[in-house]
Each structure stands twice: as structure tokens, then as C-alpha cells.
Design a protein around this ligand. Structure first.
Ligand code: AHR
Length: 848
């Protein structure tokens, strides 16, 4: 009854507003009208205000729909907004006409919004939701569906939504909306009267965002005009080094390895055979012909699945009197004289009359045989056969052929492998790529993703235990980046790689929710909005404990640790960090699952450092704000918080103060887990170097950083730019790589306060300096960055640069994709004046 009365009042109010001409200012000197509406399904929620000429002016987007996948989804239909009695704002909208949910959003000020929730409803297609505020702080929501009108009660915090099982009898008049004409077009929406100071605040907020966006557009291509006034002979600067010092993280620079752009299979994992397991699933790759025989050339060969080598790898090929050819990833590169280990599992096919197998294995390029071996066996059960092949010539596009010589015996074949014997530290990783990563001296490695960790829907969440043990028993899976993972590069190999480089492993597993951009599940609900059902979460939490036990446990007492020992590593891996989640939507679904996992880990392994996530964007994105609030509130189970941002060079140039005001206590430390400025050129290397100076300055609050993505195979990019590009034969290091390398190899654990001064205007954001001391080596590192088109002569005050200081650095024009080392005498260090001359566009480290 009470609900009906409230509703009637609310309807009258809505109708009253609707009856007003849209441009009429109701209110007085201190209040004004605003109109909240959506100009289009992909445009999100907008706000307009009415000026003295009674014209509506759009200020910009308040929030956008985050439901389901990029591209076809993330739409907002018929948004409806109310102003609750407690002063907060609540919005609802339809996400499409088939999902069993609508979207809800909550804001205290109309400009920042809590991450959205998508409460599950009974009807498929929850259309035109509308809302009415109740006195007790709760909200009445109604929506239309093919099952008629439905009523939903929302809790006062707008987090719990309970649907009435009975259809609602509410009158259609409740759906009448306000209208306003913005930019010549009339829209339906909601009108409100707000204090003028609130509108001023909103307009100032958008003005500040626009000003920030303008600064972030700064590019170095404009430098000739921008810095035309700088003297051609260069400028002077003084670096004032203070006696003040502070402790900083000694793990500032690490790497983030994700299997994206063929970084694992076809990349770092040295396997030369593509689709060795015949498990490519039809339609899951972007390439034509994707399926169990992809990358294999064959005549009428087929795959079967009965009595497989392993239930986790059901497909194998049946080879008749024929040749089976694998063309690797864009061909197989061979080196003359190099040794290769070939292996396969085989048996006589069930239709064979004899169990005698005879076949020839060959490496061939353009008809020329570069290596070959004959293999024979008499086997009816799966058996592994091996052969060593030695290449007689270099090749870049060789193929592997398996020729069945026994015409009467069809043979089953699975797990066909070809590895170079020469891999990084003998542990199966492609040497040149692994060495390029190791040369960065990363202090840690985050793996295996990224979006790869939380996957495309809950069935594609990465379960670490599927990636260890014998190859054939590992569970291959679809990769969210649209290809296949054999999981040959699994957790054992990741941990081994970390140990080989002296880096800490930082595995990241999903927080019980899949990728925020997952497509909907079969029932139309999805993707990250679902999450692992709560009754399965206990089991999922155990996976984290098993991982820690597998990595650190005693093989004598733990079966998980025994698996590690059986694989060849009896000593513990000494895991110290674990990540939960990857740039997730910080929704109710996420929060409850994160807490379950984090508490489970903390209870059993209180010393493991737990890293949470703060969404895919920097401040002021909703996931960032909520992620930090949540992280602070649950600091007891969140030691670090992972921030991500891919931004323009201008953004990095103008946000070097980003961490200056972060809380120094009572909050998680920062892990900048993914960041990059968006070019492949020296311009980005400079912007990132300047930014890293500011990160070192804040190394007491920022504990770790990792550029992303790390690797990309030329011609197979999911993402651009990346730190290292490669094909089958070459590795290309970007200028950004050199920035990472220089900062990583010249880091420390004590920061020395400095100030770089120059008389010139408008150059300070293009100059960077940082001094750190490393207690382990006893060395001091001075790093200097000049992102200006002229020389900068820096006089160091407060620190003596010895003439025998070691220097290294690089420079290039901003648009260049490679850079050149700087000769030490170019820096004019040895002249006893305590000055360093930085060439234009240069990054330098001086060590003494
Ligand atoms: O680094 C590439 C992708 O960027 C990662 O998978 C994801 O975390 C982010 O969106």
C-alpha cells in the first residue's frame, strides 16, 4: 500500500515535469535544472544543463554501459535516473533485449560512478527499467518483459535486488518520461532541479577532464614549433642533490608475460611444431581452416578420439600410406649444424593388420631435405619415439614431414614435437627471446595474464593445475586472444624461467570472475557478471592453496610438492607473491569472491603477499576508485594493488606527479602491472623514462611496475605496441625496451632527493633525473632524461661525479623505432666540471 502511494507521488512528479516545456527553468537563484539522458545506445549516460537563453547544453558522458563484450555489446537503452533521499543518484537501464538482467549504477555526485552491477532476473530481456525512491532509502524498480511487467526491490545501498515472483500491475503511466531538446534533437530522460553549486562542480569537473585531455595530446612531432625558442646550442640545468634519502622498493622493474600475440606457443616456448596435439578447436581461431588438422598438410588424413593418449588431449591423427606435413608457425627456422630433438607418440591404428610401424621423419625446405631419420617400432599401445635431427643447412621456412613407409599399416600419431637442443639454460625456452628478457634483469615476472588469466567466460578461466605434469596430460585450451594454448609453457616452466633469471614469480589467477569483456554465456547472461557459482567457490579457493603448496611445499609430505619434484625440481620455488584477479569490474560479484580467496590464502599462508586489482584504467575510472576503496578497506588481505593504464605519450609527460599524493600508510602498495605509452618509437621510450623517474621518486609507495605487453610475434599481433617483437629468426628490441633495461639495471633501494632546475619555461616536464643507491652493490646510479630537441648541460650540485663513472645511454629522434647508444665522451663527464651534457632525446645512466 505504502509502495503504491509513493509510486503515485513519484508518477505525479514525473508527469508534472513532463508537462513543463523542456527549456523552462524551474527553481530559483540557487537552483537550476539538469537533464540526464542517453544520446545513443553506445553513447552512455549524458548530462545537459539549461543556460540563460533556455538552451540545453551537453557537458559530456557521465558513465557508459560496461555489460558484456566490446564491439557488439556494452549498450545502454532507456536509462532512468533518480535522486534518492540521501542525496545519492541511481541509474538503471536495459543492456539488450535478451539478457536476464538490467544494469544498475550508483553515484554520489553524478560524475564518478560505482562499478555497475547486473542483477539477475527471471525474464530474458529486462526492458525499460524505471525506478522510484522510497522513504526508507530502498528503491522500487519496474521493468517490462515478455512475461509482463515485473517489480524488483533494491536495498538502500543499491547492492541487493529482490524480484517479486508475481507480475506487477503497475500502470503504464509510470513509464512517462521527461524530454529535452539537446543539440537540435529531442530526447527522453530525467529532469532534476539541483543546487547551482552542484552544476558548477559538474561543469568544472568536465572542464578539468577536457584540459587534461588537451595536455595529454602533446606529441613530440610538434617540438619544432613548440620549442622553436630554445637556443640551438642547448640549455643549462642544475641538478640539486639533497642529503635527504628514503627507502624504496628494490623490485621496481619486472616483466609481465602474457600469452598474447603468440608469445608462448610459437614464441618463447621453443617448440617448433604448431598444433602438436591436434587439439585446435574449429572456429576458435581467426585463421581459415582452424581445427584439429590446422598447420598440418595431409591427404585425407583424419583425426580420431577413441582410446586417446590422454583424456585431456583426445584428438590424434591417423596416418595412412601418406605424408603428414607440419609447417610450424610461418615455417620452421633451422640453423646449419644445430641439433633438434624430434619426438612423437604413436601406435598401430585399430584397423592395422600388423603392428609394425615404419616411417621417415624429415626436415625439408623447397624440396631440399635438411635432415632425416627412419623410425621403426612394433607397438599397439601409445609409445613415445624419439630421434635427433641435425640440420645440414640454414632454413627459414622448413617443414616437418612424417612419411608412413608401411603402406598397409595406418598409424596413430599424437604429440609431435621438434625442439632445438639449444634452449635458454636447457629449459625449453627459445634462447634469443629468453635472453632478451633476462637481459632486462627483471626483479619479478607476472604471468600468465592479463585477460588470459581470467579467460573468455568462466569455462575459460586459467586453472594453473591444468598446465603442469607430462605434456600430454596438460589441458590445452582456447586462448582469449583467439588462438590455442598447448600449455607446454605452463606453471612449471614459468617458475623455472623466474628462477633462471633470479626473478620473483608473481602468478596471477582469476578472482572467480572471467574477463570483464567476456561475451554472454549460452543463457544470455555474462560474461564477468556471472562469476563462478558461490557453491563452487570453496573448491576454487583450494586451487590457490594447492599452487602455494606445489611451489613451496615439501615433496615428502605434500602430493602437490611431489608433482614439482617429479617434474625435476625437488627444491621449493619460494613463491612470495600471488595476484588475485586482473583489471576486473569491481562489482559485488567480484568483491565477494575476491574476499573468499584472499582470506583463504591469508589464513593458511600469512606471509604470502596478496595483490588485488584496481581495474583497467587510472583515476577517475569507476573500477579504479572502487578498487582502491575496497583495497584500503580490506588492506588486511590486500598488500598490493595492481593498476593498469595504456596512455598517450602526452598523458605520461603530464602525469609525473601521479603518485606524489598517494597514501604512505594504511593502504596497499602500488603495483603498476600494465602500462605503456602508445607508440613503438623513441617518443614512448622518453615519456616512459620520465615517468619512471617519478615512479622511483615514489618508490616508497610504488613497489613494482611492468610494461605491457612484453612480446608480440610479427604478423600475429593482438596488441600494439609491445616491448619486444620477434619472428622465427629475429628479435627486435623497441626503444621502450631500452628504457626498461636501463631503469632495471640501474635501480636501488634508497632514493636520494633531487631537484632539477632550469631557467627555461615549459621544459620541466621534458627533463627527468633520479638518484638511487643500491645497498647490495654499494653503487649510486644517476639517471637523466632529456626529451627536448636540444642539448641539456646538467651541472650536478651536491654529488661528485668521478671521472671513472660508468655511463650508458641511448638516444634517437622521437619518431624512430630504434635507438643508438650514446658514446661516453659525448656526455663530457671526464672534464672535472661535474657536468653532464645530454644530447637531444636521450636517456642516460651514470654509475659510480
Ligand atoms: O596487455 C594486454 C591486455 O591489456 C591484458 O591482457 C589485459 O590485462 C589488458 O587489458
Amino acid at each position: 500500500m505504502r509502495r503504491i502511494a509513493l509510486l503515485a507521488m513519484a508518477c505525479l512528479f514525473a508527469i508534472g515535469l513532463h508537462a513543463q516545456p523542456a527549456y523552462t527553468v524551474i527553481g530559483n537563484d540557487t537552483t537550476c535544472q539538469i537533464f540526464v539522458y542517453s544520446p545513443g545506445e553506445k553513447s552512455g549516460l549524458h548530462l545537459a544543463w539549461v543556460d540563460e537563453q533556455q538552451q540545453w547544453n551537453d557537458v559530456g558522458q557521465l558513465c557508459a554501459s560496461d555489460y558484456s563484450a566490446w564491439g557488439s555489446e556494452k549498450k545502454m537503452f532507456n536509462p532512468y535516473v533518480i535522486h534518492q533521499g540521501d542525496g545519492t543518484w541511481r541509474a538503471v537501464w536495459s543492456v539488450n533485449n535478451y539478457a536476464p538482467c538490467f544494469a544498475v549504477a550508483y553515484s554520489e555526485d553524478l560524475v564518478t560512478w560505482r562499478p555497475q552491477d547486473y542483477p539477475r532476473m527471471s525474464a530474458k530481456g529486462c526492458l525499460e527499467p524505471i525506478m522510484f525512491a522510497c522513504d526508507d532509502g530502498t528503491t522500487d524498480i519496474y521493468y517490462k518483459s515478455s512475461n509482463g511487467k515485473r517489480y524488483v526491490k533494491a536495498s538502500a545501498d543499491f547492492r541487493q535486488f529482490t524480484e517479486d515472483p508475481q507480475p506487477s500491475t503497475i500502470d503504464d503511466v509510470a513509464w512517462l518520461r521527461d524530454t529535452a531538446t539537446v543539440g537540435g534533437k529531442t530526447y527522453e530522460g530525467n529532469l532534476f532541479e539541483v543546487p547551482k553549486v552542484h552544476l558548477d562542480y559538474i561543469r568544472q569537473w568536465f572542464a578539468a577532464l577536457n584540459a587534461d585531455a588537451e595536455l595529454s595530446r602533446e606529441r613530440m612531432a610538434q617540438d619544432a614549433q613548440h620549442y622553436a625558442d630554445l637556443p640551438t646550442e642547448g640549455i643549462q640545468a642544475t641538478l640539486k642533490v639533497s642529503p635527504k634519502q628514503k627507502a624504496i622498493s628494490d623490485k621496481l622493474i619486472g616483466v609481465f608475460f602474457e600469452d598474447i600475440s603468440y608469445a608462448a606457443d610459437g614464441g618463447l616456448y621453443a617448440e617448433l611444431i604448431q598444433n602438436r596435439d591436434f587439439e585446435y578447436k574449429p572456429n576458435q581461431g581467426r585463421a581459415k581452416g582452424w581445427g584439429p588438422l590446422y598447420a598440418w598438410r595431409h591427404k585425407a588424413q583424419k583425426t580420431e578420439t577413441d582410446r586417446p593418449l590422454s583424456a585431456n588431449n583426445p584428438h590424434y591423427v591417423v596416418l595412412n600410406a601418406d605424408t603428414l606435413t607440419n609447417y610450424g608457425w610461418d615455417g620452421i627456422a633451422l640453423k646449419k649444424g644445430a641439433h633438434y630433438d624430434f619426438s612423437l607418440y604413436t601406435r598401430a591404428n585399430k584397423n592395422a593388420t600388423k603392428a609394425k610401424l615404419k616411417f621417415l621423419v624429415r626436415l625439408v625446405e623447397n624440396g631440399q631435405v635438411l635432415a632425416e631419420k627412419k623410425l621403426t617400432a612394433e607397438v599397439t599401445q601409445w609409445t613415445q619415439l624419439k630421434a635427433e635431427l641435425i640440420a645440414t643447412a640454414d632454413a627459414s621456412k622448413a617443414e616437418l614431414q612424417i612419411i608412413n613407409l608401411n603402406k598397409k599399416t595406418p598409424i596413430d600419431i599424437d604429440m609431435v614435437s621438434l625442439f632445438p637442443q639449444d634452449t635458454y639454460k636447457g629449459h625449453g625456452l627459445r634462447r634469443d627471446l629468453a635472453e632478451a628478457i633476462a637481459d632486462l634483469q627483471p626483479k619479478f615476472v607476472r604471468f600468465p595474464g592479463g585477460c588470459m588469466s581470467h579467460g573468455q567466460g568462466i569455462d575459460n578461466i586459467y586453472h594453473w593445475q591444468h598446465t603442469v605434469g607430462p605434456w600430454q596430460d596438460r589441458k590445452p585450451d582456447y586462448n582469449i586472444w583467439h588462438y590455442h594454448q598447448t600449455r607446454g609453457l605452463g606453471f612449471y616452466e614459468f617458475f623455472q624461467f623466474c628462477e633462471d633469471m633470479g626473478a620473483e614469480p608473481l602468478p596471477v589467477l582469476a578472482a572467480g570472475v572471467p574477463c570483464q569483456n567476456s561475451t554472454a554465456n549460452a543463457d544470455g547472461y555474462g560474461g564477468q557478471q556471472g562469476g563462478i557459482p558461490m557453491d563452487q567457490m570453496d573448491d576454487y579457493c583450494q586451487e590457490f592453496l594447492h599452487l602455494i603448496e606445489w611451489a613451496n611445499g615439501d615433496p615428502a609430505t605434500s602430493s602437490w610438492a611431489k608433482m614439482r619434484a617429479d617434474a625435476g625440481h625437488p627444491a621449493p620455488f619460494n613463491l612470495k607473491y600471488i595476484g588475485i584477479g586482473n583489471e576486473d569490474l569491481i562489482s559485488t560479484t567480484f568483491e565477494e569472491r575476491y574476499l573468499m580467496i584472499a582470506q583463504t590464502i591469508r589464513n593458511k599462508y600469512p606471509d604470502i603477499q596478496i595483490c588485488g586489482t584496481a581495474g583497467p584504467f587510472h583515476y577517475p575510472s569507476s573500477d579504479y576508485i572502487e578498487g582502491w576503496e575496497f583495497g584500503k578497506k580490506h588492506h588486511d588481505v590486500t598488500d598490493l594493488l595492481d593498476e593498469h593504464y595504456y596512455e598517450s605519450t602526452g598523458w605520461f609527460l603530464h602525469h609525473q606527479d601521479y603518485y606524489d599524493h598517494y597514501p604512505r600508510s594504511g593502504a596497499p602498495k602500488v603495483y603498476v602491472g600494465e602500462y605503456a605509452s602508445k607508440t613503438r618509437t623513441m617518443e614512448s621510450a622518453l615519456a616512459e623514462a620520465l615517468y619512471l623517474c617519478s615512479v622511483e621518486r615514489n618508490g616508497d609507495v610504488v613497489s613494482m611496475t611492468s610494461y605491457a605487453p612484453l612480446l608480440a610475434k610479427e604478423g600475429h599481433h593482438n596488441w600494439n605496441p609491445d616491448l619486444i617483437y620477434f619472428d622465427n629468426e629475429r628479435v627486435t628490441l623497441t626503444p621502450s625496451y631500452h628504457t626498461q633495461r636501463l631503469f632495471s639495471r640501474h635501480g636501488g633501494n634508497t632514493y636520494v632527493e633531487t631537484r632539477l632546475e632550469t631557467a627555461q619555461q615549459n621544459v620541466s616536464h621534458r627533463l627527468g633525473a633520479t638518484v638511487v643507491k643500491d645497498a647490495t652493490t654499494g653503487k649510486t646510479h644517476l639517471k637523466l632524461v632529456n626529451a627536448l630537441p636540444v642539448n641539456v648541460r646538467v651541472t650536478v650540485d651536491g654529488l661528485t661525479l668521478p671521472p671513472d663513472a660508468q655511463c650508458e645511454g641511448f638516444s634517437a629522434q622521437p619518431q624512430e623505432k630504434s635507438c643508438q647508444p650514446i658514446a661516453i665522451d659525448a656526455l663530457q663527464l671526464a672534464n672535472g666540471t661535474n657536468t653532464v651534457t645530454l644530447p637531444p632525446y636521450a636517456v642516460v645512466a651514470i654509475t659510480f
